[in-house]
Design a protein around this ligand. Structure first.
Ligand code: SF4
Length: 343
């Protein structure tokens, strides 16, 4: 396994192709079948009301703002119905940290969804889970267990950004710290749930801070084995207050290098995602030769990164074509990266 020093050397090296080839060799070993996966699912942002004011976020509205919303059950049901009709297998439901929604609101919603639909619920990032625990006055473990019992199937890795408190203090001072993010994922794994690990980089962090993030993910995966995938993407600056200070978004070269080093540094996380939503289809395609074995979601609806300026759109056929042209077989998967029951 790559050491921290070796990974730092790779970050500092300019042999982009060499790093990509090493990552590609490891991807082939981990995924010998030549398959690249994607999922059809829908992002549902149930509320944009949030108390946290993260400086990289263009999505939230403070409570009482005229553009603040909370979706009704009916509107959420309608979106799920449309997702199923389009061949979707899951929903990724995330929102702002609403100051008034207690756990009962989420339990009622998840139970109502599960009564009506056969759909995987991949919902509530770690900051939302900690917020629900706080607003409801119950422990983190009880919160996650109750959410699971009411229908939550897995937890997305959102809210990780860079798992280093000095960075978090600078970009998302009010939001959950590194320990809390880790506690949500560790507890979920202990309660039998799978989660994903994400990283938003290019927000002014140092390479050492990026490595701190990698180390935490690698160590927790050694401990629990609960992460299904690692999903790195780059900070999108448009319409964000952080964008006034971070003048340049990470380049495609920096993205590909970080993707490849993710693959190499986290051999214990089976799947690494190459992102077309933030990087565009062409960089995403090259990413499949830099360690990526998955291209994420068709994204029937997405409001958060599009609010920050990412405007990439693709149909299922676009993604399949892009995967085939890179020399792989495209396969639809579900949220837990299973393909056996689909095409
Ligand atoms: S990133 Fe999440 S927690 Fe931060 S302001 Fe946006 S919606 Fe709120």
């Amino acid at each position: 396994m790559l050491t921290r020093e070796q990974a730092l050397d790779l970050f500092r090296a300019d042999d982009l192709i060499g790093i990509g080839m090493e990552a590609d060799a490891l991807r082939r070993k981990l995924h010998p079948g030549g398959v690249v996966t994607y999922i059809i699912d829908r992002n549902i942002n149930y509320t944009n009301v949030c108390t946290e004011y993260c400086s990289f976020c263009a999505f939230y509205r403070p409570k009482g703002h005229k553009e603040g919303y909370l979706q009704s059950h009916e509107s959420i049901f309608q979106r799920i119905q449309e997702t199923i009709e389009l061949g979707g297998t899951g929903v990724l439901m995330q929102g702002g940290l609403h100051p008034d929604l207690k756990i009962e609101w989420y339990e009622d919603l998840f139970r109502a969804i599960k009564r009506r639909f056969k759909i995987h619920l991949h919902c509530l990032s770690a900051p939302e889970v900690t917020n629900i625990a706080e607003v409801s006055g119950i422990s983190l473990r009880d919160t996650i267990a109750r959410l699971r019992d009411s229908g939550l199937d897995s937890i997305p890795g959102g809210g990780a950004e860079i798992l280093d408190d000095a960075v978090r203090y600078r970009i998302s001072r009010l939001k959950c710290g590194t320990d809390e993010w880790m506690a949500v994922h560790r507890t979920a794994h202990q309660l039998g749930m799978r989660t994903t690990a994400t990283m938003m980089f290019g927000c002014g962090e140092t390479l050492e801070q990026r490595m701190n993030h990698f180390d935490l993910i690698r160590n927790l995966q050694e401990e629990t084995g609960g992460f299904t995938a690692f999903i790195p993407w780059t900070f999108q600056r448009e319409n964000t207050s952080l964008g006034r200070f971070v003048k340049e978004e990470a380049t495609a070269v920096e993205y590909l290098k970080t993707l490849a080093i993710s693959r190499l540094y986290l051999p214990n996380v089976l799947n690494v995602q190459s992102s077309w939503v933030t990087q565009g289809l062409k960089t995403c395609q090259v990413g499949l030769r830099f360690g990526g074995n998955d291209v994420g979601s068709i994204m029937i609806e997405e409001n958060v990164v599009s609010a920050a300026g990412a405007r990439n759109h693709a149909t299922e056929e676009d993604l399949r074509h892009m995967i085939r042209d890179a020399g792989f077989t495209p396969k639809q998967r579900d949220t837990l990266y299973r393909t056996y029951f689909l095409n």
